[in-house]
Design a binder for this molecule. Structure first.
Ligand SMILES: C[S@@+](CC[C@H](N)C(=O)[O-])C[C@H]1O[C@@H](n2cnc3c(N)ncnc32)[C@H](O)[C@@H]1O
Length: 331
């Protein structure tokens, strides 16, 4: 397996950087509640989403190619979130060798940005398609779904002056933290200026240990139109240390994602522009796709007709309308 990125090798810093990324969690929760059975998370990282789902009663299998992030996920699952229902496996999501099938496969938080070319993107989508359980032959049986998130291309991100540095926030890095709920120590991370006001069971960590370090996080970005690669440089500046991390992401335009899905035998059921059920528009910051195997029959045994929504993406069967309702939390 290829070595993971330096950014992910420093798992404490990565987790501290993203501790405030929570806006997508209810979306994944609603999806898991709609589709019963264990969930497969591709690129599970430190277990941010897996944790949310297992805490709501869903069994999760997470796959990642970063030993450091997997270690963090396993340690925190064992020490602080009672994650018996979570299993974390090392693997490359482009050539997944995991046995078994799942009714729901997810790839949150721009995993697809790590796919540097179309071949890799199709490979991930094929991995997902192969792991989707065939639809049960019973009335009312829901088709299996593969859902993923990508950051949508945005002018303010792509047109940034190369070398210009912007402030991203404050990161509180802790090499070893204590879970305030269980009192156990673990090599996990936390951060970003949250106060100690979270509720028991929220899984937040104590941020007031004297060994935590506050770092200011700055970003420089440059986008290469020819390759569609976004090169990010992150600087973390603290009293005791200054760190630099780089991350290169492929920016995927939604039509490229749709093409890759089709090549992998998947069809788009619903495309959102946010995690609240908003439709995708050219101004959307996110692209959220819910897909299923092409040719899956609906519950009545007929093949679904494909229609095209106003956004230009296939959508809008009755089940898609239902999806739109649950994605906004109204189902
Ligand atoms: C942005 S993180 C998302 C982590 C997690 N899903 C979340 O939502 O917080 C992307 C993850 O994908 C993993 N990843 C990237 N390329 C991968 C590959 N080819 N195989 C397995 N994991 C990969 C990285 O190690 C990282 O943990």
């Amino acid at each position: 397996m290829e070595p993971s990125l330096p950014l992910y090798r420093d798992s404490d810093l990565y987790a501290a950087q993203h501790v405030e990324v929570t806006e997508d969690l209810p979306f994944w929760g609603r999806l898991a509640a709609l589709i019963p059975g264990p969930v497969l998370e591709l690129g599970c990282g430190d277990g941010r989403v897996s944790r949310y789902l297992t805490e709501r009663g869903h069994a999760v299998v997470g796959v990642d190619n970063s030993p450091e992030l997997l270690g963090l996920a396993r340690t925190s699952a064992a020490s602080s979130w009672g994650g018996a229902a979570a299993r974390f496996e090392a693997g490359d999501v482009r050539k997944l060798e995991l046995p078994g099938h799942f009714r729901l496969v997810i790839a949150p938080f721009n995993l697809v940005g790590h796919m540097m070319d179309f071949t890799d993107l199709v490979a991930v989508f094929r991995s997902a398609a192969r792991r989707l359980a065939p639809q049960p032959n019973a009335p009312g049986g829901l088709p299996s779904r593969f859902a993923f998130h990508a950051f949508a291309p945005r002018p303010e991100q792509l047109d940034r002056t190369p070398g210009a540095v912007s402030f991203r926030g404050t990161v509180r890095r802790q090499a070893h933290v204590r879970d305030r709920d269980s009192g156990t120590s673990g090599s996990a991370a936390s951060g970003s200026g949250r106060s100690g006001s979270e509720q028991p069971g929220s899984g937040r960590f104590d941020l007031h240990r004297p060994d935590s370090q506050e770092l200011e996080w700055y970003e420089a970005a440059s986008f290469e139109p020819a390759t569609k690669l976004l090169r990010l440089r992150w600087f973390f500046i603290g009293e005791a240390e200054t760190l630099e991390r780089t991350l290169t992401l492929r920016v995927w335009w939604p039509h490229e994602l749709v093409q890759a899905l089709r090549a992998a035998g998947l069809r788009v059921e619903w495309t959102g522009g946010d995690f609240d059920g908003s439709p995708f528009t050219p101004d959307s910051e996110h692209a959220v796709f819910v897909t299923q195997l092409a040719g899956e029959r609906d519950c009545g045994g007929r093949y679904r007709r494909r229609r095209t929504s106003g956004s230009g993406y296939p959508s809008s069967s009755s089940s898609s309308r239902r999806l739109a309702r649950w994605s906004s939390g109204t189902l």
